[in-house]
Structure formats: C-alpha cells, structure tokens
Design a protein around this ligand. Structure first.
Ligand code: COA
Length: 378
C-alpha cells in the first residue's frame, strides 16, 4: 500500500530577548561612531545585550518553552532538539543538550549546528528532511546567540552591528500538504577569511594569541565591504532557486523573512528580485544582527503582527560566515497564526516537567557522586 506523503509544518514559535537595550548613542560613548552613521549605513538603532545570568542556552530554553506553549505539546513529544548557534555555551556539550535536559525532553536527540547566520535555515532543513523521511515526528529548532560575548568592543566596524536573542519553532509531521516546500543550502569556504571567530582548534590560534594576523582568539573578525557584496549577490539568487524548486514564481512569495544583517542588504535584494521592500520583514532597527536567531525572531514578530496567513508562501533566507547561505520556501498551513493555543492542563503538565527536569539532573549527578564515593571507599 502506498504511504501518504508526510509534510513538515511549523506548529509552534517563540522568542526570547534580553531586557537590556543598548542604543547607538551608548556605543558612541566608547568607540568613535554616532547614531546617524550607524543608522544610515545599517538601519540599526539599538540591540539587546545579555546580562550575567543570560546565556545562549538560557535564551534558547525560554524561546523553546514559548514555542511548546503555542504548539501546546509536551517536551516529551520532541524527538530532536537542534540549536543553530555561533556562540555556544561550550564547544561540547552542545547547547542543544542543555536545553533538552532543562526542557525534560528525555526522548529527544540533541545537537548544535554551526552555519553562522544561515544556521537556522540549515537546521530547519535538517529537521524537515528527518520528518519527511519518517525518522522523527517532532523537532524543536532554535537559533540562539549571545554575540555580545564574542565582539571586539574596540572594533567600531563590527561591534555596532550585532545583538543577542533567541527564536525557536516546533516542526511537526502532518498529512496536511504544505509546510517546508524547498531548501537551498550553499557554502563557499574560500570566503572563510572574510568573517570568522577563531576558536580552540584554529590553525590561526597561536598567531591569534599574538595578534599577528589581526585576528583575536574568540573575537569576531569581518571584512564588512566584502561581506556586503557577497550578501547582496546571494540573497536574491538563492530565493530564486528555492522558489523554482518549490514550483512557485518569485512573485508568488507573500513575505520574505531574511536574516537581519543590514537594511541596505534587504533593499538591494528587494530591488534585484523585483519585490516590494514592504514584503521583507525587518526588525534590524530594534535588535541589530542576532546571527542564527534573527530569522526565527523575525518570524515570531511577523506572526504577532498578523503578516502571515493560511496558505501564504514564506521565503526564509540566511547568509553569513562560512561563507554560507540558505533559502527555504514554506507554505504556511496549520495552525492558523491567529489561533490561540495552550490548554490549562497541558500548561500545568509542561511546568511540572520543567520542575522535574531540574530535580532529575540534580539527582542523577548526586547519585553518580555517591556511587563514586562508595566505590572509592571500597
Ligand atoms: N562609525 C563611524 N565610522 C565608521 C564606522 C563606525 N561604526 N565603522 C567604519 N567606519 C568608517 C571606516 O573607518 C571608513 O573610514 P575611512 O573612509 O576614513 O577609512 C568609513 O567609515 C567607511 O568604511 P566602510 O567599511 O567602507 O563602510 P561601509 O559603508 O562598507 O559600511 C558596514 C560598513 C560594516 C556597515 C558594511 O560594510 C556592512 O554592513 N557590511 C556587511 C556586514 C554584515 O552584514 N555582516 C554580517 C553578515 S551575516
């Protein structure tokens, strides 16, 4: 008997932003720049900065809880947790494993995905493919970053651009046609010198320590002009490719949710695609570039602003370090964005599971220590 095709739909979404706002004026107190320059060149007015208690994992956890709330499912229903990030809590364990533990999603696999600002689209594609292949039913896909921790705050050409935040979606199997229709993932490692954060395994690490090549270990380096040119080239190309794969014309796209790097990049892409700039979702003014988190945050805000309707074709497009870029066409389906979710009983069960998760981890660690001590005494 022929099996009905499986589709991968977004059924929940959530975002988390630090409360601390840093304005352009505040930045101009410690580097030589000003609000007019930053706004004219980038469209950015302010960004959010994590406090000491906030991290990539805590922001991801909050966004994920909110996404589960909208989907109105339990963390136990998750088969997979992916966190797209360039600012992971650790090299390992993955930030996704921390989130999986805190959520009490104990039947889920978890891993981080590194594709810089394209990471969320890459991760969503991986989850959608696993769902459509039938190997999993439900995934939590998160983009989360604390860019403030890897910025060189003395470098005015990069520190003005970035901010912190997280966005998450629940992706689920459905027989309802639509959902993720197509994805185009690309990379050009020849551009790896244009945008980078040298880390522990870097062959540049020793030089980085000495500062010989201009890189600083764990700090972002960017050749802004080159990256700008790359971005304005690939955004429209990859949206065109993803549209073709999805069997739609570019003109059928109802809303583009692009990576929020620079408003001028979006204007250039809109011009090249022949799409009104109004069809590009943008919140770069308030949050700056939150790397892998920017697309899911913009998606959440587009839903809140009721800019997404049933059957709409949505284009996601990410671009950044690697170099990497990625586009995806989604046909919005279930549930309707205006629907209210969250039954009281399920909310209570979720909250109980979050409480139990903390106790479960603590008791497992405690039991391990006691066992080790007993073994040592023996
Ligand atoms: N404030 C004031 N002046 C600044 C400045 C700042 N924050 N940063 C750079 N400048 C200066 C430069 O020193 C340079 O001065 P000079 O002409 O005396 O040498 C001048 O402004 C022009 O610099 P340039 O780098 O050519 O500016 P630009 O128009 O390319 O804008 C970026 C710089 C970073 C805003 C722009 O290149 C950009 O947005 N690139 C893409 C970055 C991006 O999106 N990265 C993430 C991708 S995921």
């Amino acid at each position: 008997m022929l099996q009905a095709p499986i589709y991968a739909h977004i059924i929940g979404w959530g975002m988390a932003l630090p409360t601390k706002v840093m304005t352009n004026k505040e930045i101009s107190a410690f580097v030589e720049t000003d609000d007019d320059w930053i706004f004219a060149r980038t469209g950015i007015k302010e960004r959010r900065i994590a406090n000491e208690e906030e991290s990539t994992a805590t922001l991801a956890y909050t966004a994920a809880q909110r996404a589960l709330e909208v989907a109105d499912i339990l963390p136990l229903d998750l088969d997979l947790v992916i966190v797209a990030t360039s600012t992971p809590e650790n090299i390992f364990p993955s930030t996704a494993s921390l989130v999986q533990d805190w959520l009490n999603a104990h039947d889920a696999g978890a891993f981080d995905l590194s594709a810089a600002c394209s990471g969320f689209v890459y991760a969503l594609n991986m989850a959608a493919d696993s769902i459509r292949a039938g190997s999993i039913k439900t995934a939590m896909v998160i983009g989360s970053e604390t860019m403030s921790r890897i910025l060189d705050w003395q470098d005015r050409s990069t520190c003005i651009l970035f901010g912190d935040g997280a966005g998450a979606v629940v992706l689920a199997a459905s027989e309802h046609p639509g959902g993720v229709l197509s994805s185009v993932l690309r990379s050009d490692g020849a551009g790896s010198d244009l945008l980078a954060i040298p880390s522990v395994g870097s062959i540049d690490a020793e030089e980085s320590r000495a500062g010989a090549n201009g890189y600083k270990l764990y700090k972002m380096y960017m050749a802004g002009g080159e990256v700008f040119k790359f971005a304005t080239r690939v955004v429209n190309e990859s949206i065109e490719q993803a549209s073709k794969m999805a069997g739609i014309a570019v003109g059928d796209i109802d809303l583009v949710i692009p990576h929020q790097a620079n408003f001028r990049i979006l204007q250039a892409a809109a011009r090249k695609l022949g799409i009104e700039i109004d069809k590009f979702m943008s919140n770069v003014e308030q949050y700056g570039n939150t790397s892998a988190a920017s697309i899911p945050i913009a998606l959440c805000e587009a839903i809140d602003q009721r800019r997404i309707h049933d059957k709409d074709h949505i284009a996601l497009v990410g671009f950044g370090g690697g170099l990497t870029w990625a586009s995806m066409i989604i046909q919005w389906g279930i549930p309707k964005p205006s629907e209210q979710h969250g039954s009281l009983l399920n909310r209570q069960r979720r909250n109980a599971l979050y409480q139990m998760a903390r106790l479960r981890s603590k008791s497992r660690r405690w039991r391990r220590r006691v066992k080790n001590t007993i073994n040592e005494i023996r």
